[in-house]
Structures are given as C-alpha cells and as structure tokens.
Design a protein around this ligand. Structure first.
Ligand code: ADP
Length: 494
C-alpha cells in the first residue's frame, strides 16, 4: 500500500476491494445470504461497479440475532479489562491499516482520501476511548434514608443490540456504536448502509483479528433494510436499537421499536445554523465555515446548513467564502489534491440541485457555483448563495451537499430566533469574541451541541447527539456507554 502523496493505481484499488470478505458474519462464520443472492456496490465517482456483497434477508437477520443472543451471557461475563484490550488492539490495527481502509472508504463513498484518513483516525479513537470506558462501569452503595437498609446500584449490559449505520461516515458511525457496545458487554447485529457496506465488513475483520469472540458482533449487509431488520425489532430477544440516519426512517424505526419497548438511541438529521456576530474574527469565521460546510462534501448531519451573518459583514463573508469554495478542487477522491468528491448518488445530487434552483427562483444569487459538476460521477459544484429568502427550502431542509446559503441578520435576538426556527436541533456554530454574547447564544440555542469559534465539534471524548427532530441519546464521551447499560437497584435488608 502506498502512502500519502503518491498516485493510487487501478491494481491497488482492485486489491483493496478484493481483500474484503463480501459475506455475512454470523456467529463467527462468514457465509452467503440464505437466498444466495448479492447486491452491487458502486463507486459514486464513476458510477462503476466495485464488487457484490451478500444480500441478507429476514432469515439471515434472525440467524444473526440467534448468534448474538447465544453469545450474550458469556460476553457480559467477559472481564471488562479484556473487552477493553480487544478494543485497544483493534484501535492499533485500524491506525496501522489507515491507508488501505481509507482507500476502501473513498472507493465506496467518494470522499477525498485526505478526508477518509481523517475519518479513519476519528473512527479508531472511539475504540481507544471505549477501551478505557470498559473498566469504568461503576455503581454505588448507600445507606437508605431510614438508616436501616442499604442500597446497591449496579450497571449491566442491556443485551443484544441492533446497530444501523449510514453511508456518510461508514467507519466512524460503526466504531462509535460498536466501541460502546463492546465496552458495555453487549452483543450486536450491525447493519451498514447498502451504499457503503465494505468499511463495516473490513471493520468486522479487524475486530475478529483483535480477538472479539464469535457471535459478539454479527454483520448483515442487505439491499432491503426494512424487510430484513423488521422482524428483529419485534423479537423479544433484541433489547436495544441504535440508529444513525434520516429523521424519516428514525421515526418509523422508533414506532417499530415500541413493540418491545426497546432502549433506543437516535442520531438523525440536522439543519445546523452558523452564526457570525459583527464582532467575530472574520478570518476565523471563514475558516470555520469552510470546515463546517465542506467536511465530507457537506454530507454530514453536523454540516452548517445556513449561515446567519450580521448585516454589516454578510457581503464580505459571502465573498470570502465563495473565494475559498470556488478554489476547491473537485474530482475523484482517490486523486491526490482533490478536495471535493461526488455526492453519494443521483438522487442526492438532484436534491441539492433542486434546493439551489428553488433559492434562486426566490431571489437568491449564486456568488459561486450553482450547477452540477461534469463527469459520470454525481458531482455538484461548491456553491455560495446570498440574499437567500427566508422562504427558501435550502434554509428549512437538510441540504447534505456543498451549498452554503447566506442570510443577514440585524440583531442578536433575530439571529438566535432564526437559528432556532427549525424542527431540528443537532448542532449550531457561533462566532464571536464577546463572552457575554457567546454564553447568551450557547444557552439559548436549541441544539445538543454548539461549536464556539470552531467549525467542527466531533470528538470521541465528547457526548455527540441532538434534541428535537435530530433525535436523542449520546454517542462518545462518558455518556456514550450509558446507552448500552441499564441500572439495577438492590434493596438490602441487613
Ligand atoms: P439516508 O437518507 O442518509 O440514506 P437512511 O435513513 O435512509 O439515510 O439510511 C440510514 C440507514 O438506515 C441505512 O443503513 C439504511 O439501510 C437504513 N434503513 C433505511 N430504511 C430502513 C428501514 N425502513 N428499516 C431499517 N433500516 C433502514
């Protein structure tokens, strides 16, 4: 494997794809789907086939849950230190294999290699973090208020979990759930997105090699997610659902999870406001905006979706941002120097194009971009829109692409009201040097996370998650493991 700075050859691409076991992992066995069918995985930069993977159906999903259920008691009793050591070894293996895992992810998802490398580092860090958390699952002991009894509180693994991950961060969304579940002593059925199953399959191999016992992690890839995982959600052996994806699917899954009253974590869509107050450091705000908008080609639930800028700065901010976005190199992510890859598929590109056209029809001006890119892949040019009407759909819907709508505000109150005028509540970005203003905004914003004078909040040591239609539950940080534990209280009569 060549490292940064060198050209990737077609042979290397083929080698990295064919190194993946394109089967289901059930109870420690790699095997075909029960139906014997497969589905195809495509490179979004070319539209060409990368490979086929097993296409699981409901019987495979049930077999995966059988395996998870069988492995659960032994895994819960596995020494916490050893659970942590497995994660630690997997962390080291991922870091060691950064180049091949990055190339694999770029091929199936499209993001530039530099971004894949950053995601691999981020993904690995969840394992390092949860390796430590495995040995810090604590309870408490207390004297009951009447002085007679004693109370003991313990934390136990919730049991078999279903983990459903999206295509935009194929590795990190896996490690963030799997790391916490492994640390807590839960077994799992993981179902990656149909667009990007290869990273999860590669991750499963890493964990196997790191010593994860058979049946603890089962992986099913499928082109029919609803039909395949539906029966699991009604199976009383499943105890937990952790989902990252769209609000629409999250809502439907939550309704299904109500059958067995599953413990649920939902990390859903966002519509992040990016507020630039008049006293902000403009250079820092533009740097932050480029990161918050363009990380992952804008295909992140944390992506800045709309820029609310103090009226006196808005024009200059839009021009500076347009200069930076317009200079970004678009192309196939495997090519060195490329900063903007393709969107995941034609539907995604059509949605982005529709939002831009709608904003322009309502009076917005494209300072840069405003059109799809060339080529067979699903490219859309980095775009800055100014004078965007409050009616524009781009301000209301999650764009999930490289488009930055800029609007101006007159007062601090107007800025906060505009920022909160959404049913989503994942993250907000605030740029100001004024402490009073910063804390005013932090406290008033209806979001699960705030980036203050920085364009990125993701950090394995921090609790990631949202409020409102962005979901609930936290991943990473000290809170992350709580999603996989329940509390048992013992009333003791001495
Ligand atoms: P996006 O719109 O970003 O593709 P989705 O919410 O459709 O996000 O997908 C996120 C994950 O949810 C993927 O793994 C996908 O396969 C899965 N998924 C989609 N629909 C369902 C469903 N009805 N039941 C279970 N999983 C689903």
């Amino acid at each position: 494997m060549q490292s940064c700075g060198m050209r990737i050859t077609a042979d290397q691409e083929r080698a990295v794809v064919s190194s993946v076991r394109n089967e289901l992992l059930v109870g420690g066995q790699w095997r075909e789907a029960a139906t014997g069918t497969e589905f195809s995985v495509v490179d979004p930069a070319t539209g060409q086939l990368l490979c086929n993977v097993a296409d699981a159906g409901p019987d495979d999903a049930r077999a995966a849950l059988d395996a998870a259920d069988t492995a659960q008691p032994g895994w819960a009793a596995h020494p916490p230190r050893e659970r942590g050591e497995i994660l630690r070894r997997a962390y080291e293996a991922i870091v060691r294999r950064t180049e091949e895992l990055s190339l694999l992810m770029t091929l199936e998802m499209g993001k530039p290699l530099a971004e894949s490398r950053a995601e691999i580092a981020y993904a690995a860090e969840f394992f390092r973090w949860f390796a430590g958390e495995a040995v810090r699952i604590e309870g408490r002991y207390s004297v009951s208020p009447d002085g007679k009894g004693r109370m003991l509180v313990l934390r136990q693994p919730v049991g078999p979990c279903l983990l459903i991950t999206p295509w935009n961060f194929p590795m990190a969304m896996g490690t963030r759930k799997i790391g916490a579940a492994v640390a807590a002593g839960c077994t799992m059925v993981a179902k990656p997105a149909e667009q990007t199953p290869l990273s999860m399959l590669a991750l499963a191999r890493v964990l196997e090699e790191a010593g994860l016992p058979p049946g603890v992690l089962n992986v099913i890839t499928t082109s029919s997610p609803a039909e395949t995982v539906g029966p699991l959600l009604e199976d009383p052996r499943l105890r937990k659902l952790s989902f990252t994806g769209s609000t629409e699917v999250g809502r439907a899954l939550m309704a299904q999870a109500a059958h067995q009253l599953l413990k649920v974590s939902m990390e859903l869509g966002g519509n992040a406001p990016f507020i630039v107050f008049e006293d902000a450091d403009l250079d820092a705000a533009v740097d932050g905006a480029v990161l918050a908008k363009m990380r992952n080609i804008g295909e992140a639930c944390t992506a800045a979706n709309r820029f609310h800028v103090a009226a006196g700065l808005a024009g200059r901010f839009a021009d500076r941002l347009a200069g930076r976005l317009g200079a970004m190199v678009m192309g196939r992510g495997t090519e060195e120097g490329v900063e903007v890859g393709p969107l995941i598929d034609e539907e995604a590109r059509a949605k982005v194009a529709g939002l831009v056209d709608d904003a322009i029809a309502r009076g917005a001006k494209a300072v840069v971009g405003g059109r799809p890119g060339d080529g067979p892949g699903y490219f859309y040019a980095p775009t800055v829109l100014e004078d965007v009407s409050v009616e524009a759909l781009a301000l209301r819907e999650e764009i999930f692409g490289p488009v930055a709508p800029v609007t101006a505000f007159e007062s601090e109150e107007d800025a906060i009201a505009a920022a909160n005028d959404t049913s989503y509540g994942l993250v907000a970005y605030v740029f100001t040097k004024d402490l009073r203003r910063a804390f005013g905004a932090i406290e008033a914003l209806e979001t699960g996370m705030v980036g203050l004078n920085q364009g990125m909040v993701s950090n394995p040591a921090a609790p990631f998650g949202g409020v409102k239609l962005s979901g609930f539950g936290r991943e990473g940080g000290r809170e992350g493991i709580d999603e996989y534990l329940h509390t048992k209280y013992v009333a003791m009569n001495l």
